[in-house]
Design a protein around this ligand. Structure first.
Ligand SMILES: N[C@@H](CCC(=O)N[C@@H](CSC=O)C(=O)NCC(=O)O)C(=O)O
Length: 292
């Protein structure tokens, strides 16, 4: 089967590199049109394929939030690292109820593959991010070295980054980091709602593959994980994030502070002002593994 055609929507020079928005017809998302942004640093060429960081955004976001407000492009440019910004859900599937709430359906794909037949033709963000996007970008001849990938994200996207890293069967990603992640998704209202809707087996099915705390508690291999959350984050205060559960499970499973760092940042909230403050830290954290 031939790779889908990538249509360029826009392109902007930034920090000497190029941020390009593409769209294509996504098989993983049931044939719907999907957008993504890709930042490629200036040092990338066919004889110098560059490593890549995948950034997963949170609820209500698109491929633009991280690219426009994350402050990732400068550090990525100076480190010679590409950044891929996928969307957060399929768009326009036409499923009854998918636009009713901001925390479910459109803009809230939760980086899983749906097993509920109502959603399973379209809501396959796990396959879209882990398999489909690397394949279509590679087929388009863009000089990225897919053997050197790491993943990070915010909130629902932090959940996506941690769970995709920890559940990746072939160690697809070298490291993972997250800003204010939904870190114990089967124990918080956002996750309970998402899994009840998207998965035939509901929350119980999610424990196997889509809960970072469950996954780290069973993980025996060495890991490279950095998490930051803000103490003034209202979603943290409401019990949507539960980073302490993730940290405890990591320590109980034998992962020390060199493998899993969870940092509480005094006075910061859930916004991109918080993310951009620590953006450089996260890119440099990943550069250690992507350039090793
Ligand atoms: N109901 C609000 C809240 C949406 C919101 O805060 N979204 C966060 C992610 S929350 C967890 O995944 C976000 O990143 N928003 C985008 C931004 O640019 O800040 C609403 O509908 O706006």
């Amino acid at each position: 089967m031939s790779a889908p055609f990538l249509e360029k929507i826009s392109s902007n020079k930034s920090f000497e590199g190029e941020l390009t928005k593409y769209k294509f017809k996504s098989a993983a998302l049931g044939g719907l049109s999907a957008n993504f942004n890709l930042f490629v640093p200036t040092n990338a060429s066919n004889s110098n394929k560059v490593p890549v960081l995948v950034y997963l955004a949170g609820l209500t976001c698109t491929e633009d939030n991280g690219a426009q407000k994350g402050s990732f492009l400068g550090p990525a440019s100076s480190q010679g690292i590409a950044i891929l910004f996928p969307d957060t859900s399929p768009r326009g599937a036409g499923i009854e109820g998918e636009d009713a709430d901001w925390d479910f359906g459109t803009g809230a794909g939760f980086y899983l593959n749906a097993t509920n037949p109502k959603f399973s033709a379209h809501y396959n963000m796990y396959t879209h991010v882990a398999l489909e996007l690397p394949q279509v970008i590679e087929a388009a001849g863009i000089p990225i070295d897919w053997k050197r990938q790491s993943i990070f994200g915010h909130s629902m996207g932090g959940h996506g980054a941690l769970t995709m890293y920890l559940s990746s069967p072939h160690k697809q990603y070298r490291s993972a980091s997250a800003f204010s992640p939904v870190a114990n998704s089967t124990k918080c209202p956002w996750g309970e709602k998402a899994f009840t809707g998207y998965l035939q087996g509901g929350v119980e099915e999610a424990k196997e593959k889509y809960d970072a705390t469950e996954l780290i508690s069973k993980s025996k291999e060495p890991v490279h994980i950095l998490v930051d959350f803000g103490t003034a984050d209202n979603f943290y205060k409401q019990g949507q994030l539960l980073p302490e559960n993730f940290l405890k499970a990591a320590r109980d499973a034998g992962h020390d502070e060199f493998q899993v760092r969870v940092r509480s940042q005094e006075g910061y909230d859930h916004s991109y002002y918080f993310i951009s403050t620590f953006a450089s830290d996260h890119v440099h954290f990943h550069a250690n593994f992507l350039k090793a």
